[in-house]
Design a binder for this molecule. Sequence first.
Ligand code: NAP
Length: 239
Amino acid sequence: MAFQKDLFAQQHVLVTGATQGIGAGVANYLASLGARVTAVGLDRGDGSLSAGVRVVLADVSDPESTQRVFDDIDSLDALVNCAGIIRRGAEHQVEVFEKVVSVNLTGTMRMCTASRALLKVSRGAIVNMASMLSFFGGAMVPGYAASKGGVAQLTKSLALAYAGDKIRVNAVAPGWIATPLTQALQDDPARSKPILSRTPLGRWGTPEDVAGCVAFLCSPAAAFMTGVILPVDGGYLVA
Ligand code: NAP
């Protein structure tokens, strides 16, 4: 355990896309540091969430569904936006492109907007999920890359817009993390080999690798950080 066990005691954290993958790793890790965690996802996920984490089913691409998440929330200390989809090979169809952007980018904006008043009270923090594709293009995933480039710019813009409310807004940019989203890549040696050979630390990342950095950005140790896009990539970006 890299942090004090009660780092987030008495704090309420909302994590979207938390029913599996990185979001579940973040939810479990923050709960292990004392946070009361509400996890948002489309369904109950793959059972990787800790018992103490409350699950609320909602679709971040749907305004009414998102608003219902806040019906019984009266305090919030941090929002972590992990909900995301990728549709490799299909994103040149404009409807698919639009869907990916509406979950990854507009969904993030929607959650930030809906959380702002509560986070103003707590002087809280937001952590968004950027990506290596915030920096690079992706021929097979124009919607995903556009959405993640947008998440980086949204993060910087909201950092400026919310600074007066003392809300910090940062993002992590995970490299290649072993989750259901990357299962097809992990399973295909022709695609996983170049990923691993370009990653100086020589392995796939884990949801826990990302969760530690999210915890840092939510914590008082990052009190003077806002508008940062923090790579968590085993060195992929500088290789
Ligand atoms: P994942 O395993 O596929 O999990 C995605 C999560 O998002 C699931 O909990 C899913 O819920 C939820 N979700 C999808 N659409 C949603 C919607 N419309 N409303 C609410 N929740 C929704 O993906 P992951 O790898 O953990 O990725 C998490 C985030 O990190 C994403 O933003 C992704 O782009 C980003 N990221 C991942 C990697 C990587 O290598 N894995 C790298 C960079 C960035 P259900 O399970 O209920 O459908």
